[in-house]
Design a protein around this ligand. Sequence first.
Ligand code: FVH
Length: 292
Amino acid sequence: MAASTVSVLGLGEMGAALASAFVSNSHPTTVWNRTVSKATDLVQRGAILASSPAECIRASSELVVVCLVNHDAVKETLLSEATLAALEGKTLVNLTNGTPAQAREMASLVAAHRVEYIHGGIMAVPSMIGTPAAFILYSSSSSTFESVESTLGVLGRVNFVSGEDVGRASLLDMALLSGMYGMFSGAVHAIALAKSSGMPGSEFARDLLVPWLSAMAQSVGRLGQEADEGRYPSGGSGLGMQVAAMPNLVAASREAGVWEGMLLPIMGLMERRVAAGGVHEGLGALVEEMCR
Ligand code: FVH
């Protein structure tokens, strides 16, 4: 059976990687980008360049993928009369970063034009697209998703997050990005501290930081379970002990000429929990404390 036709709107770093995966998997792919020059490589590899979003959408029998910088750019690109008419009867997969409310807004704006809407959250950087290391969260009705699931599978592992809310993939995307930024906040602070002692960042990261963070990542599953159960055993590292140690991290950073600001929010949260009686609890209690 011939691979289905696909339209991709947006050829930034991510959009180009998505279009490239479709081309590599023999899907006839039509592309559009505001800056036309970004299509050159893809066209050389067999993609067809459309001169407008509507022309691009019309080229696909079903699947239209949009991946632009933000929600406003998507609205600007898709919400003209000609573009909405071209979208009628098609399945629009929006892989643009945005909030759950923005996903719901887009779903309802296009629903009036008989467009099936899927909102996605890409958990990958462009070089991972098309490999098993990438996964993408999707929210929509099950029937809409089933019709395009195998085609979307060429982009990376498919993670359909069922439920009535089309904003759910976006919410989980935000949650995962929050986890990632927490890790990188700690990592850049740690590397700055290590370098202040004269240790090369590469050596510190390879020999000490990565093994340490890998070991600590093992307890993240336990935090999730504790948050579900509402019980927060200290596991030998109670918040009282941690609150006593945190000022040392702050002081050592200042002594080393390294900005201490990354530490202050979590330190404040721990102090608040201890003040509320959580001295013998573990870090899992902070999940509850965040929602108070
Ligand atoms: N790159 C990454 O690592 C992350 C991974 C996770 C998902 N994100 C999200 O993906 C969306 C696109 O990101 P990107 O990496 O492709 O971003 P850029 O390379 O900056 O390309 C931006 C594209 O958006 C087009 N664009 C911007 N403004 C408009 C507009 N007003 N009308 C139409 N198109 C617009 C831009 O066009 P041009 O500048 O080339 O003409 C690019 O195609 C994003 O939501 C990430 O958060 C990526």
